[in-house]
Design a binder for this molecule. Structure first.
Ligand code: C2E
Ligand code: CA
Ligand code: CA
Length: 386
């Protein structure tokens, strides 16, 4: 930015000043070098303890709290440091720099300035991440993705009224990969767009087959904020629904509360359009995303899905019970419907029943199932939670 705005001469002066500041914090026997761009390396020799290393790292970070002055202008910067130790983290220059780099990217990824010591765990995490990101690219084409469906039950009418579609990845080498391990990565790399459309298409296609067989169930599809932000999303999903021939009032889009709150004005706009086009909408993981009551009132979402963290101890913890009661009261007064996710035990079901929460989803009734087993579940369903 400095190069672009003030020219290379100022950029060079700035780098020299940064180097001078770092050098002033080091001992005579230490080595300071600039590897390129905005990356510097410090080699410290004869370390007595890691505490000394941490203390120098912290001093380097602190020194950039103050602005750097060049020709009466003030420039602000910050430092992210990765630390590797010889011989534990690498036996040669390449290995040590690679380890330090890995640690530094972890600091950058956390979005804060600071330092981190390299650990082997970091490397495994990154290797796994790179593997997942690379392999995910072709997963749809190679037909490695499939959907499972988890029933949604109404305990008042004792019926299955819908199901949530949950994506699974059958990786040729790792085996079954759960969405928690790849949805986040897909969101960061934009692969969530094709992936999300594949999920929507497959879920609507299979649900339409159920409708044609006389099972009028509502299918819930998870939609991430990246998808909402994609300008072509609304038209594409409408076109998919149209081609499949499914009635959109049987398609519910679940968006997490925190995804909505990321960019709430924009979300409000898109959700209103989706509502007008006839989709059902639901706020997922409700209670974890800090939404304001002001927005809740305006959102066209018909359903609020109570996060499973509140359901987990609902039969034991009076606070959780009060929170759920409050969410239900608020939802009801806003004319919205509620469903409790993560309903695992009979005690959960009984607590929810006493709070007049009729709609539940969770292991008590069923885990997510492959389509064939899901069909069997619906056909044989007898609600014994009485
Ligand atoms: P979610 O939307 O909150 O989905 C519910 C998750 O809770 C599912 O995990 C489900 O298997 C699990 N679950 C269901 N009942 C119970 C229960 O009684 N107890 C407990 N402890 N867990 C229960 P899953 O399938 O691993 O999905 C994890 C998350 O991945 C989902 O959370 C959702 O955020 C995301 N996800 C899954 N499929 C998709 C998708 O197609 N698109 C997007 N964007 N996200 C997806
Ligand atoms: Ca969901
Ligand atoms: Ca959820």
């Amino acid at each position: 930015n400095i190069n672009d705005t003030y020219g290379h001469f100022t950029g060079d002066r700035f780098l020299i000043e940064v180097a001078r500041l770092i050098k002033s914090l080091l001992h005579e026997q230490d080595t300071l070098a600039r590897l390129g761009g905005d990356e510097f390396t410090v080699i410290m020799e004869d370390i007595d303890s890691l505490v000394d290393v941490a203390s120098v790292a912290q001093k380097i970070i602190d020194t950039f709290d103050k602005p750097i002055k060049i020709e009466n202008r003030e420039f602000y910067t910050g430092a992210s440091l990765g630390i590797s130790i010889y011989p534990d983290d690498g036996k040669n220059y390449e290995e040590l720099v690679k380890a330090a780099d890995t640690a530094m990217y972890q600091v950058k990824e956390s979005g804060k300035k600071g330092y981190k010591f390299y650990t082997r765990l970091m490397n495994e995490k990154i290797t796994q991440r790179v593997l997942i990101e690379n392999d995910l690219r072709g997963a749809i084409a190679r037909e490695e993705l499939f959907l499972e469906y988890q029933p949604k039950v109404n305990i008042a009418t004792k019926s299955v009224y819908g199901m949530e579609a949950l994506v699974r990845w059958n990786h040729p080498k790792i085996g079954l990969v759960r969405p928690d391990q790849f949805i986040g990565i897909a969101e960061e790399s934009d692969q969530i767009l094709p992936l999300g459309l594949w999920v929507a298409q497959e879920a609507m296609r299979q649900t339409k087959i159920l409708h044609d067989a006389g099972m009028q169930l509502v299918v819930s599809i998870n939609v991430s904020s990246k998808q909402l932000e994609d300008p072509s999303f609304v038209d594409t999903i409408c076109a998919l629904a149209h081609d499949i021939g499914i009635d959109k009032s049987y398609v519910e889009l679940e968006i997490t509360e925190s995804h909505i709150m990321k960019n709430v004005d924009y979300a409000l706009e898109v959700l209103n359009v989706l509502d007008k086009r006839g989709f059902l909408l639901s706020i997922d993981d409700f209670g974890t995303g800090y939404s304001s009551l002001n927005y809740l009132k305006k959102l066209p979402t018909k359903t609020i899905k109570i996060d499973r963290s509140f359901v987990l101890d609902i039969d034991k913890n009076p606070d959780d019970r009060s929170i759920v009661a409050a969410i239900i009261a608020m939802a009801t007064s806003l004319g919205k419907d509620v469903i409790a996710e993560g309903s695992e035990t009979r005690a959960h079901i009984e607590a929810l029943r006493s709070l007049e929460c009729a709609k539940v989803q969770g292991y008590f009734f069923s885990k997510p199932l492959k389509i064939e087993l899901f069909k069997e579940f619906v056909t044989n369903f007898k609600c014994d939670a009485t």
